[in-house]
Design a protein around this ligand. Structure first.
Ligand SMILES: Cc1cc2nc3c(=O)[nH]c(=O)nc-3n(C[C@H](O)[C@H](O)[C@H](O)COP(=O)(O)OP(=O)(O)OC[C@H]3O[C@@H](n4cnc5c(N)ncnc54)[C@H](O)[C@@H]3O)c2cc1C
Length: 341
């Protein structure tokens, strides 16, 4: 096990995308940073279990600014983890499609408006999908989440099996107690995912369980991912020789190690029965579940705490944290630099 440093400029709680990316940007700026991860491995929770869709147009402009910037940074610095496939967003209501057309225009994301036939050329398996309009986003892509975790982690000092237990303000910084020893720091970044706020006694985020399934079915070669933003949501993408699908379920849960369950599976089957019965019959090759965690207003909590000068947040990444990861870290690292000066 790596030696535990006794001091650093910054201690980051959590070795998911939020914490790793923040530490990666801080290290580039010459700031000494230690990431404490409770688990013996990285990516045990949401980051390692993400479906890896690099979708830039999210549900609101603020989140989309982060996903657009995040995708640009992935293309620039982490091309090992980015696959330029494009993505399709489809809608069963024209008004919903129009809202996304407006968002794309405001954020400068090129799109191509498509009809149902064009969608089904790429995803014939979803032949009953009720598509009123679709948008093809050529600059969307797919993210190899394990490769991205490895790329963020490569240059960093990471303490694995190091649970942050307490943070005690002392002088112009804090002492961070972990299960592997104490570290003095000027700033703590709370990037603890679903557990953000636990170490500081803040109210918990709201967490929602989501399932992902890999099906023994074939995707059309080089098909972009398809995310149907209808009354009944679903997304699919190629996964090697198979098809990855999520019924976009969102059961409110307490953050623990989520395991796939029969409720998630029946949600998948009910959705696919409606949209693509052949896909509904495909055998499940792999399955997993995890939680997506949100603040009350569903905006990511990034930046300095208003009351505690030693605390900076990188939390509430919700359902877009893989795509936004590099932009989240960039923004949080800016806030840390300000807090250190
Ligand atoms: C099923 C699923 C599919 C998804 N698909 C996509 C997608 O296609 N595209 C996309 O962009 N996003 C997707 N997301 C969202 C994305 O995965 C998350 O937004 C992102 O991974 C959250 O990262 P995080 O670092 O905040 O949390 P996490 O990855 O959960 O990391 C937090 C870490 O903090 C550690 N920790 C907690 N408490 C402590 C402590 N006291 N001391 C030390 N360590 C601690 C935890 O062990 C954990 O490793 C998906 C999420 C889920 C669940």
């Amino acid at each position: 096990m790596s030696k535990v440093p006794t001091a650093a400029d910054v201690v980051v709680i959590g070795g998911g995308f939020a914490g790793l990316s923040t530490a990666w940007w801080l290290q580039r700026r010459g700031i000494s940073v230690v990431v404490c991860e409770r688990e013996p491995e990285l990516g045990v929770y949401a980051s390692g279990r993400s479906a890896g869709l690099g979708r830039q147009l999210a549900e609101d402009d603020a989140t989309s600014r982060l996903t657009v910037r995040g995708a640009a940074l992935l293309r620039e610095h982490f091309d090992v983890a980015w696959h330029a496939t494009g993505g399709i967003l489809s809608f069963d209501e024209l008004a919903a499609a129009e809202a996304y057309v407006g968002r794309a225009a405001r954020l400068g994301v090129p799109i191509e408006v498509e009809d149902r036939a064009a969608v089904l050329t790429r995803w014939p398996a979803l032949g009953d999908l009720p598509v009123a309009r679709a948008l093809f986003v050529p600059s969307d892509g797919m993210i190899d989440v394990q490769a991205l975790i490895a790329a963020f982690a490569a240059p960093l000092t990471i303490l694995r099996s190091a649970t942050v237990q307490a943070i005690v303000p002392q002088g112009d910084g804090v002492v961070v107690s972990t299960t592997r020893g104490a570290i003095s720091a000027r700033i703590v970044v709370d990037a603890a995912g679903a557990w953000a706020g636990t170490s500081t006694g803040d109210p918990p985020l709201a967490s929602y369980k989501r399932h992902v399934f890999v099906l023994a079915a074939e995707a059309v070669a080089r098909a972009p991912f398809l995310w149907h933003l209808g009354a009944r949501e679903v997304y699919v993408r190629a996964d090697g020789e198979h098809v990855l699908a999520s019924p976009c379920d969102a059961a409110r849960i307490a953050p623990t190690d989520q395991q796939p369950d029969l409720v998630g599976e029946s949600h998948l089957h009910a959705t696919l029965e409606l949209y693509g019965p052949d896909l509904a019959d495909a055998a499940i090759v792999r399955r997993w579940a995890c939680h997506r965690s949100y603040t009350e207003d569903r905006q990511m909590r990034l930046g300095r705490d208003p009351a505690r000068r030693w605390l900076v947040w990188a939390a509430g990444l919700g359902g877009h944290g893989a795509t936004a990861a590099a932009a989240v870290g960039e923004q949080v690292a800016d806030a840390v630099v300000l807090a250190l000066t």
